[in-house]
Every structure is written in C-alpha cells, then in structure tokens.
Design a protein around this ligand. Structure first.
Ligand SMILES: Nc1ncnc2c1ncn2[C@@H]1O[C@H](COP(=O)(O)OP(=O)(O)O)[C@@H](O)[C@H]1O
Ligand SMILES: [Mg+2]
Length: 229
C-alpha cells in the first residue's frame, strides 16, 4: 500500500486506544531505532530517499521531521533557551540571528505575544498549553518539513487545548503535520485527511469528510459512528 503525505496540511491518525497509532507515528522519524526486538517493514520516502537507508543522518532527520509528544516537554531552562536549543546544536549562531529565529518560531507556535516580555523566565513556570506551544516552537525552530504530534492536546484543559489547536491550524498552510488524536471532533475540525487504525493495521485513509461521512470500510463506519472504541 502506498500512502502519500502532502507537503502542506494536516493528516489525523485516529483509532481506538492500542490500535497502533503511536507505533506508526514513531516509525516516521525512526524513534524505534533504540528499541530492542522491533522490526520495521516498508519504506518511508522523504524527498525521494528512504529514511531507513544507511546514508540518512539521524540528527538531520529529526530536525527535518520533528516530534511533539503528549506531555509538554520543555527543558528546565528559560523560554528563550528552550527554543534556541536545536538551533545551537553543533554550530555557532550569532545572537542577532538566534533572536530572530526564536521570535519567528514563537510567533508560528502562536505564543510570542504571551511571552515576549519574559523570554528569560523558566519555561516550567508556564501553563500546560503554553508549555506545549514552547515544545512546538522548539521543533519549528529547526525548520522541519514535517511535524509529528502524538496526542498533543490530550494532557491539556479544554481551553488550552483549543489554543494549541488554533496554533496547529495556522501551521497547516506551511508544514506537513501528522497528528495522532483520539478526539474525533478534533480530527474533524483540523485535518484535511484522516487515517483510521484498528488492531495494528491502517484500515482506511482518505479525505476527512469522506472518512467521517462516507467511509469505504464497515470497520471505519462502526468506529466513527461510535459503535466501538
Ligand atoms: N503493527 C503492529 N505490529 C505489532 N505490534 C503493534 C503494531 N501496532 C501496535 N503494536 C503494539 O500494540 C501496542 C499499542 O500500540 P500503540 O501504538 O501504543 O497504540 P495507540 O497509540 O493507538 O494507542 C503497543 O504495545 C505496540 O507495540
Ligand atoms: Mg498512542
């Protein structure tokens, strides 16, 4: 089966708990490399090159395909240092450039206005939703093509969750976002394409509208109409 992610837009991965969404997502930037007894089959072509080929540099890969997790993961540093972190890896960047890139990433993550006057305060003092947007800004700072997000709002309260969702909506014209969510309303609100997983298999993928209103597979129909999961 060939599955294409377009360079812009949001693909939602939905399915019951334990259906393999996270496992699949993690194959897309080789997060399983460090896990024993894992066998990955198939190819993932990124700009025409299989990311599992030996010639792919892992650090470079993870800058270009970034990952955001369920729990916000700021480091116990300042907001500024969190976002600058990936930019500093392995090279010296002039302060002026760094300032600019940190600002751009925070703007894209929809957080700049809230934190611009306290960039040097500890990121751990922010609310959950703000911390999650710091995590997103940190990934954006390295200028990825793809953002992988594993239930990025499920640890947040509904208001913060909406704010983060809106930030993702603002990113979808510029980035390829692949987002695991167990919240079907969220998938319907933000994604253009949806993939339904069940029992470790990709059952069906298509336009979000079609998956919710007119799926091909009965299994998908049963899930989106709330018959299981
Ligand atoms: N295709 C697969 N082959 C083998 N094991 C799988 C596969 N997909 C998922 N699993 C296993 O099933 C469990 C749940 O998968 P996970 O990806 O965490 O589900 P989800 O994120 O949908 O809740 C994990 O222990 C994982 O190792
Ligand atoms: Mg999961």
């Amino acid at each position: 089966m060939i599955w294409i992610f377009y360079s812009h837009g949001i693909t939602a991965l939905i399915g019951p708990s334990g259906s393999g969404k996270t496992t699949y997502l993690r194959t897309l930037n080789r997060m399983h490399d460090m896990t024993a007894n894992v066998k990955v089959e198939g190819e993932f072509l990124f700009h025409g090159k299989d990311i599992y080929s030996d010639s792919f540099d892992l650090v470079d890969l993870r800058k270009r395909i970034g990952m955001v997790f369920q729990q916000p993961t700021p480091f116990p540093f300042s907001i500024y240092e969190n976002v600058a972190f990936g930019l500093r890896l392995g090279k010296k960047v002039p302060k002026r450039v760094l300032d600019q890139e940190v600002e751009t990433a925070l703007r894209q993550a929809g957080l700049w206005d809230e934190v611009k006057d306290r960039l040097n305060t500890n990121a751990l003092g922010l609310s959950g939703g703000q911390q999650q947007r710091v995590s997103i800004a940190r990934v954006l700072a390295t200028k990825p093509d793809i953002l992988l997000l594993d239930e990025p709002t499920s640890a947040l309260d509904p208001i913060s969750s909406r704010v983060v969702e809106n930030s993702l909506l603002n990113l979808r014209d510029r980035y390829c976002l692949i987002i695991v969510t167990h919240n079907m309303q969220q998938a319907a609100r933000i994604s253009q394409r949806t993939a339904f997983f069940n029992e470790g298999r990709l059952v069906e993928i298509g336009k979000t509208r079609d998956i919710f209103l007119n799926p091909v597979e009965k299994e998908t129909q049963d899930y989106v109409s709330g018959r299981f999961g």
